[in-house]
Design a protein around this ligand. Structure first.
Ligand code: HEC
Ligand code: HEC
Length: 415
């Protein structure tokens, strides 16, 4: 049973606490610390940033995920790291998770659309895994309600890795048996099973339920180990964090950008420790992708969701699917990206329609954009009043670069 940490209201700076992920501090201590940080923060007399406000407690599921008992287990993270860089998770051993989530590019893909097995192109930008541990749902449309439920979708996607869960179980049995069994217990016997098999294939659907459940459990556990690793990719000691702790000063331009960020209501959606509310909004990115409204039915039908057989806390795991079922305004809505490390990436938005940070902000958040209709669904009401004048664009970009991740590449190079 996972423990919950960091509960209770917190005081945060610039609407976003500069916290190391999952801080293990009592709420009262956090409050005092933030108060001290506030006092230590450099004074900017002319355009003072709104320094602090109360934020509601994040749901515990966003802190330590209750459905993954090994989320913070070091041995699981070590196994997950090896899996993340292993090309044998793809059908022709050409593609690893890291092929599309490249540590050298902030764990995202420098290409607008990723290339999977046999040179196939995907249809959405590969977002980073950085700071994904803060998010309640994964993928642009949130069709996974945890970090661990996501990997099997990439592994079995015919355009991405095109392995099946039966082949995945064999890879684990052959190459990772000892580490796996130490964490999760005995691997199921696979000698009576066909080579390839996943739901929808006759070879799989004809297998006895007990065998299917055993193999599904291996896929879930692979996901849980991957999540334990992904939770260590955090980007939590940026210049912004150092500034909040009073260790460095920001330039006038960066401070102006921070002011713009608040004034133009960016923090309505890009708030919290990862600069994302983890919610879904239609902000009018040009594409015909329906996003969240397509993701919810998939989430509810997903045997790897928090309410399913492989969840380590069924009661807590039911909360997110239940909440998702009642969401409104979901057509054309996509998950708010985390902005930590955004300045080190290329291509922005789910459709990669802009190559630069400046270009994306200028196109989507420009003042008086009035003209362009949203392609699907309706514009999120929270976009009301979001209007960045051209002469503030450089300041905003400078501010976002204070969130550049330090030491990304060396700290997380392939094992
Ligand atoms: C062929 C490229 C490709 C491969 C291989 C790949 N991914 Fe992804 N990844 C993507 C794309 C594209 C998205 C966004 C897809 C979507 O939202 O529909 C994504 C999204 C994600 C997300 C969601 C992040 C968030 O903020 O919600 C995570 C986590 C992730 N991938 C982890 C992995 C892991 C772990 C593996 C290996 C098992 C993997 N990926 C393999 C391309 C890839
Ligand atoms: C109503 C909520 C909302 C507001 C307000 C908002 N954003 Fe966003 N932002 C989003 C969503 C959702 C996306 C992804 C949209 C998509 O791809 O369809 C996004 C995407 C982005 C991206 C691209 C990141 C990436 O990795 O692809 C940047 C940069 C960004 N926003 C910055 C800002 C700035 C700067 C402001 C203020 C001027 C702002 N946002 C205001 C919700 C919001």
């Amino acid at each position: 049973m996972a423990a919950y940490r960091g509960m209770g209201p917190r005081r945060v700076a610039v609407e976003t606490p500069a916290v190391a992920p999952q801080p293990v501090v009592a709420p009262e201590v956090a409050e005092h610390k933030a108060h001290d940080e506030k006092l230590a923060a450099p004074e900017v007399p002319e355009r003072p940033i709104e320094i602090a406000r109360e934020t509601p407690t994040p749901p515990a599921s966003e802190v330590v995920p209750p459905t993954n008992a090994v989320a913070d287990n070091a041995a699981a993270a070590a196994l997950g790291k090896r899996l993340f860089f292993d090309k044998h998770l793809s059908t022709d051993a050409t593609i690893a998770c890291a092929s599309c989530h490249d540590p050298a590019h902030g764990f995202s893909d420098p290409k607008p659309f990723s290339v999977g097995v046999r040179g196939q192109l995907g249809g959405r930008h590969a977002m980073p895994i950085t700071a994904v541990g803060f998010q309640a749902f994964t993928l642009w449309d949130g069709r996974a309600d945890s970090v661990w439920a996501q990997p099997i979708k990439a592994i079995e996607n015919p355009k991405e890795m095109d392995l099946t869960r039966l082949e995945l179980a064999r890879v684990v049995a052959t190459n990772y048996r000892a580490e796996y069994e130490a964490l999760f217990g005995a691997m199921p016997p696979l000698d009576q099973t066909p080579v390839r098999g996943k739901p929808g294939m006759v070879e799989w659907d004809g297998l006895p339920e007990t065998i299917r459940n055993d193999v599904d459990e291996v896929a879930a556990n692979v996901g849980k180990a991957l999540e334990a690793y992904e939770r260590t990719v955090t980007c939590s000691d940026t210049r912004f964090d150092q500034w909040v702790r009073g260790e460095v000063t920001l330039t006038t331009q960066e401070m102006n950008g921070a002011q713009s960020f608040v004034a133009h209501r960016c923090a309505r959606c890009h708030d919290g420790p990862a600069f994302s509310d983890g919610k879904f909004h239609n902000i009018g990115v040009p594409s015909t992708d329906v996003g969240r409204s397509g993701g919810i039915p998939q989430l509810l039908a997903d045997s790897f969701n928090g309410a399913g057989l492989f969840s380590d806390d069924l009661a807590a795991g039911q909360v997110k699917p239940a909440a998702a079922a009642t969401e409104t305004g979901t057509e054309g809505a996509f998950k708010t990206p985390r902005l930590r490390g955004a300045g080190q990436r290329t291509f922005f938005g789910h459709a990669s329609h802009q190559e630069t940070l400046r270009g994306f902000i200028a196109d989507i958040y420009r003042g008086g954009r009035g003209g362009r209709d949203v392609t699907v669904g309706t514009l999120d009401p929270q976009m009301q009043g979001v209007a960045v004048p051209n002469d503030e664009l450089d300041d905003l970009v400078a501010f976002l670069h204070t969130l550049d991740c330090p030491g990304n590449v060396t700290a997380t190079a392939a094992p």
